[in-house]
Design a binder for this molecule. Sequence first.
Ligand SMILES: NC(=O)c1ccc[n+]([C@@H]2O[C@H](COP(=O)([O-])OP(=O)(O)OC[C@H]3O[C@@H](n4cnc5c(N)ncnc54)[C@H](OP(=O)(O)O)[C@@H]3O)[C@@H](O)[C@H]2O)c1
Length: 345
Amino acid sequence: MKKIPVGILGATGVIGQSYVHLLQNHPWFTISHLSASPKWEGASYEEATASYSLFPKPSSPLPPLKPLLPSPPCRLLFSALPSYLAQEVECPLATKGFAVISSSSSHREEDDVPLIIPEINPDHLALLAYQQKKRGWKTGLLLAKPNCSIQSFLLPLAPLHQAFGIASLSVTTLQALSGAGLSALTQNPLSENVSPFIPGEEEKTEQEPLKILGAYKDRKITPENFPITAHCNRVPISHGHLACVSVAFHQKPTQEQILNIWKRPSPLTLPTSPRFPILYREEEDRPQPLLDRDHSRGMTVTTGRLRPCPLLDWRFTALSHNTLRGGAGSGLLLAELLHSQNLLP
Ligand SMILES: NC(=O)c1ccc[n+]([C@@H]2O[C@H](COP(=O)([O-])OP(=O)(O)OC[C@H]3O[C@@H](n4cnc5c(N)ncnc54)[C@H](OP(=O)(O)O)[C@@H]3O)[C@@H](O)[C@H]2O)c1
């Protein structure tokens, strides 16, 4: 099979490097375009990432870094740009006919932009036909992946919501430095410290799950409607977002019912989807970022400490790798989903 040429915008950052890593030897996609800020134009990827490289040297040759605008034959773009830039360039690129998968929060709230975790709401792809019609895009399209911390707790919660109905939810996140981009990793502003404030994060954590769990009907997503309260903290570890969850349900599940649901295999059979998206650890002191974040190439969400909650019904801890499952991995899964449904330009 001839591979589909893809581009990465913001290839030298945390999410861009994670895309490059996950796309090595990908069965369907090959990297044909890489971009970073103008200072790197013409430089090699290795040169531009030499001062802080997150992964081993790529095994296949990569194109040199170019200005933002890609050229044919590349039609699929993974955008890992800062939000202000994503806001500026992603729609114009879709207007030019590119399929753009956005990592940033810039377009997530727009009512014609699907916000998808492929295991949870692949049916929201149906919104793309309406998006193209509304915006006059012939082949271009724009999709968003959710905020990085959300996959850690929403992957385990979504099937429970489907079975028992969430009544209310409380989430406290402990988020790694890499969630704030490469500069946070290189400068490590939190040595011996924790920050109880991540700008905009609590709002995203309280709103995005409701759109993802919402129902698609008649070219519209009606968000779910239950209260979520979030506390988001930045902690001094490099990768891995941990979420401490308390949840109440309309119908009360038993511990066995919850654990059985978490043992289910993935509904997807895509190259990047782990066979079992959730792994429950019985040990009292798991999950831990350092020990659990890399499971299944960073695509598995690890849960643990499921126990009754004296305030709501159940509480547990969940962990995902923020740059892989929470970042490039979920963008890549989205691209695979698009391709599997013949929706790529
Ligand atoms: N980090 C995470 O865990 C995470 C998870 C999910 C979503 N996100 C979102 O993903 C996006 C990227 O985040 P990140 O953490 O990867 O950020 P980052 O490490 O700061 O990387 C930003 C990238 O954008 C490039 N860039 C900056 N200014 C540019 C310009 N004027 N023209 C072209 N390229 C430019 C940078 O290139 P240079 O190297 O040349 O500066 C770099 O490649 C953000 O919207 C973020 O909110 C991040």
